[in-house]
Ligand binder design. Structure first.
Ligand code: G3P
Ligand code: MG
Length: 231
């Protein structure tokens, strides 16, 4: 049986500021072999790692990420004095240590993420198997897939419906990233029939994790890799 997949959601974000290098370092130190992050575009076209479209919740700034230059974003505190990282910073940190699930959050991220990954593949800095591109936004995922067909893909969804299954077949996704409460055994059987993995988000307690594992879920996203992701 393939190993259960345990993904540090926004890094070790339960105890450390989410989507910062500190949170990713802590996740790696805790033994996580997978990191998840969220990507937006800055006003000057840099790929920055932050979950929300707006700055208020996770930084001391305000307004939309997409309206600020990278230099402006860099001046903000993303928690404990950490900066908002670039996607490239996290890929550098994870190189040879963890697979990175890049969630395309911001509009317009599909193409530049494909371009950045392509450059790293060509330079021998990254292998397609060390990255998993996901999104709730099918257009962004489609753009990336069209430019970089060798990258494994995942669809993010709150619940599975007909459209999601059709899309999963069309894009031939490796996995479905589903809200934990929407997962049931019928859904898992359908995924298995289509050879798609099912990963549940966000799982932060042991009984829940055990139930999902018993059902045959392939993996989880957790804010506490310290508790759930060591071998
Ligand atoms: O990709 C799984 C999970 O990260 C999706 O939800 O809102 O935490 O990005 P969110
Ligand atoms: Mg995410």
């Amino acid at each position: 049986m393939q190993d259960f997949i345990c993904i540090a959601h926004r890094g070790a974000s339960g105890h450390w500021p989410e989507n910062t290098l500190l949170a990713f370092q802590k996740a790696l130190a805790a033994g996580a072999r997978w990191l998840e992050l969220d990507v937006h575009l800055s006003a000057d076209g840099e790929l920055v790692v932050i979950h929300d479209a707006a700055l208020e919740r996770t930084t001391d700034g305000d307004g939309l990420v997409a309206l600020q230059t990278y230099e402006q974003l860099r001046s903000l505190d993303a928690g404990r004095g950490e900066k908002i990282p670039l996607l490239a910073d996290v890929l550098n940190l994870a190189a040879g240590r963890a697979i990175v699930n890049v969630e395309l959050k911001g509009v317009g991220t599909g193409e530049p993420v494909a371009e950045l990954l392509r450059r790293r593949f060509v330079a021998g800095l990254l292998k397609p198997a060390a990255v998993l591109a996901s999104s709730l936004n099918e257009d962004e995922l489609r753009k990336l897939a069209g430019l970089l067909p060798q990258v494994p893909l995942a669809l993010v969804a709150k619940t599975a419906n007909r459209h999601l299954w059709q899309l999963a077949n069309e894009l031939d996704v490796w996995s479905l990233h589903l809200k934990k409460g929407s997962i049931n055994q019928d859904l898992l059987a359908e995924a298995r029939a289509g050879k798609r993995k099912v990963l549940a988000y966000t799982v932060n307690d042991r009984p829940q994790l055990q139930r999902l594992r018993d059902w045959g879920v392939d993996g989880i996203f957790t804010d506490y890799p310290e508790h759930f992701c060591h071998a």
